[in-house]
Design a protein around this ligand. Sequence first.
Ligand SMILES: C[S@@+](CC[C@H](N)C(=O)[O-])C[C@H]1O[C@@H](n2cnc3c(N)ncnc32)[C@H](O)[C@@H]1O
Length: 231
Amino acid sequence: MSDQKFNIYGDAYIPTTGAHGANISQQRMDALDIECLKYIDDLNRRYPDDPVRVVDLGGGAGEQSKKMADHGAEVLLIDLADQKGLIDTIQPLHAKGKFGFVQSDVRCVPENLWPNPIDCIYSQRALNYLTYSDCLDLLTRLRGRSRQRTRLFLSMGGVNAEYGADYSARYAPIERRFGRLSPEMSAKHGIHVEICLYTKDELSALVRAAGFIPERTWLSAFGSPKLIATV
Ligand SMILES: C[S@@+](CC[C@H](N)C(=O)[O-])C[C@H]1O[C@@H](n2cnc3c(N)ncnc32)[C@H](O)[C@@H]1O
């Protein structure tokens, strides 16, 4: 881990794969993380006999996943990076079957591994590594595993955040927006692959197209769009 702070929050650069940005959830919680935990508590109160089933898409080292499991949810963490070492320390803290990890591209998770139904679909700072159409396809499939009580908690990199200014795909329409950050921003944020950056309205339109109903959207201080949606 570098001691150097790389953003306005004073986060340190904790790598994930080495190409897909920094692990933030290990360093601090934000409003989306907190709202998701509150919703899990709410479901536990309303449906005490029905486990809350959660997926954390691109959850990195699994800090938010761990918190969701601590709040009683059955969690499936999916990430490209090999997190088995960390997961081995988390899993024994929870009842058998309550905390699962799949090392995979989120687009390729076998159908039988997804929970059904899913009550909370959570993803922070990760689905921007998919093209818009792959992301739409994934969210549409997860919408198919949702029920009335399901909520989506989602954030993406922002096209108007500091790294959007000289991003190669800045002026492409969202359906074709997939490009590299400038060399300076790639190095600063540890992002060395193509990425799809969103405005708040584009994020809302994406989840609407996938069949969800945006309930609340906002921009973080850094400029990342965040969203909570219902079905
Ligand atoms: C910037 S990190 C965010 C990690 C964590 N969600 C957080 O907010 O701290 C992005 C994560 O997305 C994961 N990721 C990127 N593309 C992915 C994909 N197609 N399938 C699964 N995980 C992916 C990376 O491995 C990395 O852990």
